[in-house]
Design a protein around this ligand. Structure first.
Ligand code: ADP
Length: 187
């Protein structure tokens, strides 16, 4: 199973990806988590990325692609993967198509988890209290949503054209959303 999860910040991609990882026993690859890992390790790349991430902006395409390429080269990704947070713009979508073609592992499904922007702001405010992510402040969240709408929403169209896009409603309980995703994947 090779799956790309799409959705606004706070749409529940990460939560659903973790459940899908258990269900299909394939790695959950989140570029946000890879970047936060680099920050925690205090690498040069991590320190540079943190400045960009804290403003809610996108990290350089080539840097993120490089991290992703390394992660996909690990043994566990040979059985498939759930991509979360990549691609985030049309340039990354083309980069990903090329990379996956090269390793003979094209994406089979792209699933958009659709939620209302106002719902998303409320969810992230809750997460901010629990996790304390430095990019979850109200102001930065608004900017992240704007960037999502401008840069990432067109990626949905990209996968529609490739005929692998499905859309599921992201409201309701975690279990309901998971059920909707599994129904799509088992179709
Ligand atoms: P969310 O989906 O809630 O915005 P992520 O953990 O996916 O959270 O991303 C957090 C931040 O990490 C983004 O705002 C961006 O700065 C950076 N980031 C993650 N993935 C990418 C990517 N594919 N390209 C560029 N920047 C990225």
């Amino acid at each position: 199973m090779r799956l790309v999860l799409l959705g606004a910040p706070g749409s529940g991609k990460g939560t659903q990806a973790k459940l899908l990882k258990k269900e299909f026993n394939i790695p959950h690859i989140s570029t946000g988590d890879l970047l936060r890992g680099a920050i925690a390790d205090k690498t040069e790349l991590g320190l540079a990325a943190k400045i960009v991430m804290d403003k809610g902006q996108l990290v350089n395409d080539d840097i993120v692609l490089g991290m992703l390429k390394q992660r996909l080269a690990q043994a566990d990704a040979k059985k498939g993967f759930i991509l979360d947070g990549f691609p985030r713009n049309l340039v990354q979508a083309d980069m990903l198509d090329k990379l996956l073609e090269e390793i003979n592992m094209p994406a089979q499904h792209a699933i958009l988890i659709a939620v209302d922007p106002e719902e998303v702001v409320g969810r992230i405010a809750k997460r901010a209290e629990i996790e304390g992510r430095t990019d979850d402040t109200q102001e930065v969240v608004r900017d992240r949503i704007k960037i999502y709408e401008k840069e990432t929403a067109p990626v949905v169209e990209h996968y529609k054209q490739h005929d692998i896009l499905s859309e599921v409603l992201g409201t309701g309980s975690i279990e309901q959303v998971q059920h909707r995703i599994l129904s799509v994947l088992r179709f």
